[in-house]
Design a protein around this ligand. Structure first.
Ligand code: TPP
Ligand code: SF4
Ligand code: MG
Length: 296
């Protein structure tokens, strides 16, 4: 049953409308993020969105909430820093596959290990879209683009397998053509105490002419559908989750691959936060001048 809230999606609209290409998969993600905040009854001033750079990051001008537009690939450490300063507000990162897995791969890995209580949403279009479709770490091997005219030599990076094996405690995948499901996943990701990662398959209708809406629609299915009438999918089983993460091709699973509920988050283990958020502390009587002595 839908939660009753006193706000609606339009509260998160800014005066700007996105400039994405008509039909871009980012529209579905944009709508799902706003719907998930409404479902959780989070108000625009009660959340921080940290945006990476790229077509995905242009969303920063179109959501009415606190926002920080970071450098390409650096959105995760910004979010982790803010979460330490004020661990009482939800922090949501949105980034592209180029930013999070090219420039920012080390930040992603270390966030998986550290379990900070933030939510990372991946706009997974398998290209560097804003810079006109160059090969990204998630592009198919053999992918032909301006940067790999003879085809990409490397194998593609698997975001779900990577997150699961590096310790992420909530790992899910959605498809931006199934907006209600994406909303559900983002809601659950925000509710999760720890590092939550939601990989969203996002058609780039201009540069990725392989992974189109029809291509995905023919292949995607929900892990919870149990169409093969086998055992119910157990999202607490790490080994099974890893096995499922390798399924890609004729059939592509969607839903929550892995969830570990009881592991303390980075913020839970940080002694300095035990007696309240750092931003609420009175620092007027703390002398920090000595910190600068070496530089004077
Ligand atoms: C450190 C750095 N490297 C490269 C760029 C140039 N650049 C801007 S957007 C972009 C592509 C973004 O691709 P992705 O992160 O996948 O986002 P998308 O546009 O696909 O949403 C690149 C290479 C940059 N701004 N900063
Ligand atoms: S280039 Fe691709 S990702 Fe960027 S706005 Fe257009 S369709 Fe969307
Ligand atoms: Mg991309």
């Amino acid at each position: 049953m839908a939660t009753i809230t006193n706000q609606n999606v339009s509260d998160f609209n800014s005066p700007n409308f996105p400039t994405w290409c008509p039909g871009c998969g980012n529209f579905g993600i944009w709508a799902a993020i706003k719907s998930s905040l409404v479902r959780l009854n989070i108000k625009p001033h009660e959340v921080l969105m940290v945006y990476d750079v790229g077509c995905n990051g242009n969303m920063c001008n179109t959501i009415n909430a606190y926002g920080f537009h970071g450098l390409h690939g650096r959105s995760i450490p910004i979010a982790e820093g803010v979460k330490i300063a004020n661990h009482n507000i939800p922090i949501i990162v949105t980034g592209g596959d180029g930013g999070l897995f090219g420039e920012g791969i080390s930040h992603f890995l270390n966030a998986c290990r550290g379990n900070p209580n933030i939510t990372v949403i991946l706009h997974d279009n398998q290209v560097y879209a804003l810079t006109t479709g160059q090969t990204a770490p998630t592009s198919d091997q053999g992918y032909v683009s301006k940067s790999t005219p003879l085809g990409a030599i490397e194998i593609k990076l698997n975001p779900i397998a990577l997150a699961i094996t590096q310790g992420a405690t909530f790992v899910a995948r959605g498809f931006s053509g199934r907006q209600d499901e994406v909303t559900d996943l983002i809601v659950k990701g925000i509710e999760h105490n720890g590092f939550s990662f939601v990989d969203i398959l996002q058609p780039c209708v201009t540069f990725n002419l392989v992974h189109t809406y029809p291509w995905y629609r023919e292949r995607v299915y929900s892990l919870d559908e149990n169409i093969e009438n086998t055992e119910k999918y157990d999202r607490t089983n790490l080994v099974k989750a890893y096995e499922k993460s390798l399924e890609w091709g004729d059939r592509i699973p969607l839903g929550i691959f892995y969830e570990e509920k009881d592991k303390p988050s980075y913020q839970d283990d940080l002694d300095q936060l035990k007696d309240g958020a750092l931003v609420n502390k009175n620092i007027s009587n703390i002398d920090i001048d000595s910190c600068f002595d070496d530089f004077m």
